[in-house]
Design a protein. Structure first.
Length: 312
């Protein structure tokens, strides 16, 4: 291990990155339909050893060939959700919300058994997954957590949309969206990420779709399971869902939720700021790929007893 100390402990009013890896304290299941496939799925979260990361197992596909790592190299589609595929062609759709819940609540290692092709949508947010994680408990493992420490900016741009990593002394998000319609319009959220902020400010935000897009999505074989109980449906003049919005800027908060899930596919948390403008899953993944391909832009670090970050 290099002894090069490259950063001081973050400012005390910000969530301090945790030193140790964590896993679940027990086993817990949920069931529901997939947002896009409409298939009914049972999903069970299990603890996993240090350095395992997050691994899915499609139990309906046989144990030997059906492990899918929640890693960037396994991303196979980013059309209205993030899909993973392993080397044997076994796929899993819409992984981003459960991955966001695990990353947001500080779980590094877990094994997730799932008996169909898509993670259950539940209510379209991360709240049901957080409830599962809290019920199972989160336990510390005696192996240091590795972080991706951003040391130089990396930016990707597609038309007017862009996403950028930049150095910061903590983990921060700055996410903006702009739509032409009056219901969503322009929204921005900036926050320092830690479990408390994630649970309160991000997790309740549900996925959303514009009513005029839904027929087109269904013609593409998507949104078959989408309904008002798992998706905000935005009409020209308001929200179709009877209960309205949970938060007035729920859409951009959901974009931040998606970012957290997508960026967790790096296999380690980052210390730095992620800024995005009108970015979806494709741009989140493109930004992460650009970062990983630029070794000058990041260093892998662990935290020592004094809270200092040290290169590994
Ligand atoms: Zn989402």
């Amino acid at each position: 291990m290099s002894q090069d100390t490259i950063k001081q402990m973050p400012h005390s009013d910000r969530p301090v990155p945790a030193r140790w890896q964590r896993t679940l304290g027990g086993v817990i299941s949920c069931a529901g339909i997939g947002l896009h496939s409409g298939v009914h799925t049972t999903m069970t979260l299990h603890p996993a050893g240090a350095d395992v990361g997050i691994r899915f197992l499609r139990t309906d596909q046989g144990e030997d060939d059906a492990w899918i790592d929640a890693r960037l190299a396994c991303v196979s589609s980013t059309q209205r959700g993030t899909m993973l595929r392993n080397a044997n062609g076994v796929t899993l759709m819409t992984v981003e919300h459960v991955l966001a819940a695990l990353a947001g609540m500080g779980v590094d290692n877990a094994r997730i058994e799932i008996d169909n092709e898509e993670v259950p949508a539940m209510d379209g947010s991360a709240v049901p997954f957080i409830a599962m994680i809290e019920k199972a408990g989160v336990v510390r493992q005696d192996v240091p957590r590795r972080y991706i420490h951003i040391t130089a900016p990396v930016r990707v741009q597609r038309q007017n949309a862009w996403a950028q990593f930049e150095p910061a002394d903590h983990t921060a998000l700055d996410v903006s969206i702009v739509y032409d319609d009056a219901v969503v319009g322009r929204q921005n959220i900036q926050l320092a990420l830690g479990p408390a902020a994630f649970k309160k400010k991000i997790a309740p935000a549900r996925t959303y779709a514009f009513a005029h897009e839904i027929e087109a999505l269904r013609r593409q074989g998507l949104a078959k399971g989408g309904a008002e109980d798992n998706c905000i449906i935005i009409e020209k003049d308001g929200i179709r869902n009877a209960g309205g919005l949970r938060l007035k800027d729920e859409c951009v908060r959901h974009k931040a939720l998606d970012c957290i899930g997508d960026l967790s596919l790096a296999g380690a948390r980052f210390i730095g700021r992620y800024r995005s403008f009108c970015a979806g899953h494709a741009l989140n993944i493109a930004a992460l790929e650009a970062l990983m391909q630029d070794p000058r832009a990041f260093a892998m670090v662990v935290m020592d007893e004094a809270g200092k970050l040290t290169c590994v």
